[in-house]
Design a protein around this ligand. Structure first.
Ligand SMILES: Cc1cc2nc3c(=O)[nH]c(=O)nc-3n(C[C@H](O)[C@H](O)[C@H](O)COP(=O)(O)OP(=O)(O)OC[C@H]3O[C@@H](n4cnc5c(N)ncnc54)[C@H](O)[C@@H]3O)c2cc1C
Length: 525
């Protein structure tokens, strides 16, 4: 009997984990089809003239031992971590240690680095600590007038809260007061999601905002200023200032290239430049998938016993026949937020008085900086030198990633690369971070569907899920694959769970949907 095969759509973390686990745990042979020309999906590392870009800055952290051990089995921890090192993510802390030989980053290629995390807020052309504390420095940065206004408006809202929380704005204002909301949340949230806060449902705040550390920090700061309950939160935010995280020497894509290599070595197959365009079904089973070969334009018909999909649910449903109208409407109504990152290579930074004495080129210590300035559209600034020195070809240069949240087809998206590079350079110059004369090179990367949003038709998501779950041999996994705001670890856990269901003959998909429902930590934006 020929071996059973699984068609895996997408070679991001979820697709590659599914393939790897199928090879480890079942006799089903995976064939992975990837639309793009590299593996890793949103977690890939893009190389530009010897400099490497991480889309979004990916910290490797999971509360799941299984995921942490899995990562370490692929890339060993750097030397010094043998006896255990503490890593954290949004106030969740754990100790990791290396079993077996550790790696030396100077000598070895396959290394998981342990990095210290530094990130600050840039606002009013000044740096604010992140998480924010109402320290003397913060207060002097804000100035006396703003500080008094913030305090008064916070007290005001405690005395007379908005009676009904009908929008995210109401949610924010009721918790922080109008002035603090306008100072730190309104513009940045709108930059990220592209929707005014008064048009976003308040429930979104309680679900999502508790994952944003800026919020936590300011709440804490305000509380410790205005309430008596100071002790516990204070300790917590102090320890969070020295967070460490794991990071592959050559960026997150190194992890996924390594996994891809192992998948091939163990008998799986990965075909690049293949876009799934049609899902063929028969009753409540998927029988095959048609792929467009991006090099030739030809359609290739592939049959399989199982399908693991990490492609956006909207595209998946578009590729299916006999979809009930109600289901199609929900799929079409799903909303995504898109992303552009502009890599800029510089001789040096222009920020004065913020450089590390030992660092070249005026380098600031941050991994990334939240740009809260209102007169620019940039959302975050990555400093790749500080993620891993091996992301940068010449250590005497500064390698930045300027991140913009946008919508596919909007004015930012439509700019030519050259226009965008100039625009992004001008923005950083405007807020005094760089001198345009120091720019050596630049590259623009557009990334569609980076954030599956919980707006649009999401309220009716159950209709879509229920219909798709009918197909017993179709497993939706990952981030866009499940339209869920999943990190790498959650994306992997959904794939691991799906493979176990296949192996154990479990037909319900409930345990896959249950991954990451606690909603308490996500990548930070
Ligand atoms: C800005 C940002 C910051 C982040 N920070 C972190 C972090 O710090 N830590 C962390 O753990 N996670 C972080 N994440 C989340 C992480 O990137 C994702 O969870 C992870 O990459 C999702 O994996 P996936 O395989 O589900 O999807 P993806 O990474 O999106 O991969 C899906 C793959 O499928 C391919 N594909 C799509 N459609 C088709 C098709 N029709 N046919 C064939 N192939 C197709 C795509 O090309 C892609 O390669 C961040 C994400 C972003 C956007």
């Amino acid at each position: 009997m020929p071996p059973r095969t699984a068609i895996v759509i997408g070679a991001g973390p979820a697709g590659l984990t599914a393939a790897y686990e199928l090879l480890e745990k079942t006799d089903v042979r995976p064939i992975v089809f990837e639309a793009g020309d590299d593996v890793g999906g949103l977690s890939r590392t893009i190389e530009y003239k010897g400099n490497r870009i991480d889309i979004g800055g990916h910290r490797f952290f999971s509360r799941s031992d299984r995921v942490m051990n899995w990562w370490q089995s692929i890339l060993p921890l750097q030397e010094g971590a043998e006896r255990g090192v503490e890593v954290s993510y949004q106030n969740k802390t754990r100790t990791v240690s290396q079993e077996g030989p550790a790696a030396n980053p100077e000598r070895d290629e396959r290394v998981m680095l342990v990095r210290e995390r530094v990130s600050r807020i840039f606002f009013l052309r000044k740096f604010f600590a992140y998480p924010v504390s109402l320290s003397l420095e913060t207060l002097s940065n804000l100035g006396p007038v703003r500080t008094v206004k913030i305090g008064l408006s916070y007290l005001g809202i405690r005395i007379r809260p908005r009676p009904q929380e009908q929008s995210l704005e109401d949610f924010f204002v009721n918790r922080f007061g109008n002035e603090l909301y306008r100072t730190f949340f309104k513009d940045y949230t709108e930059k990220v999601w592209g929707v005014p806060c008064d048009e976003i449902k308040p429930e979104w705040g309680s679900q999502r905002v508790k994952g944003l550390s800026v919020t936590k920090a300011i709440v804490h700061a305000i509380r410790s200023r205005f309430s008596r309950d100071e002790s516990i939160g204070q300790k917590r935010s102090e320890t969070s200032l020295i967070e460490r995280f794991l990071y592959p020497k050559y960026g997150p894509g190194q992890m996924w290239r390594e996994v891809a290599r192992l998948v091939r070595e163990r008998g799986g197959e990965i075909r690049m430049g293949r876009t799934a365009v049609a899902i063929r079904t028969d009753g409540d089973r998927v029988v095959g998938v048609d792929f467009r070969n991006e090099a030739t334009g030809e359609i290739e018909r592939v049959d399989g016993d199982f399908v693991f999909s990490t492609m956006p649910m909207q595209d998946l449903v578009r590729g299916m026949k006999d979809v009930p109208e109600r289901v199609r409407r929900v799929a079409e109504g799903l909303v995504y937020r898109d992303f552009i990152t502009c890599g800029l290579l510089l001789r040096k930074l222009a920020i004065r008085g913020e450089g590390r004495p030992d660092a070249p080129a005026g380098l600031v210590p941050d991994n990334w900086i939240y740009v809260q300035e209102r007169d620019v559209r940039i959302g975050r600034l990555q400093i790749f030198n500080n993620w891993s020195p091996w992301l940068v070809r010449d250590p005497g240069t500064v390698w930045l990633g300027l991140e913009y949240f946008c919508n596919e087809g909007d004015d930012l998206w439509r700019m030519s690369d050259e226009e965008f590079r100039k625009f992004a350079t001008a923005e950083l110059a405007k807020i005094d971070v760089i001198d345009p004369a120091d720019v050596l090179d630049g590259v623009v990367i557009r990334v569609p569907k980076t954030y599956p949003a919980y707006f649009g038709s999401y309220d009716d998501f159950g209709v879509l899920r229920e219909w798709i779950d009918r197909f017993g041999n179709l497993y939706l996994v990952g981030r866009n694959g499940m339209h869920r705001y999943n990190n790498q670890d959650h994306s992997m856990l959904t794939a691991m769970t799906a493979v176990e269901n296949l192996r154990d003959g479990v037909s319900s998909k409930d345990n896959i949907w249950a991954v990451n429902t606690e909603e308490d930590y996500h990548e930070e934006k």
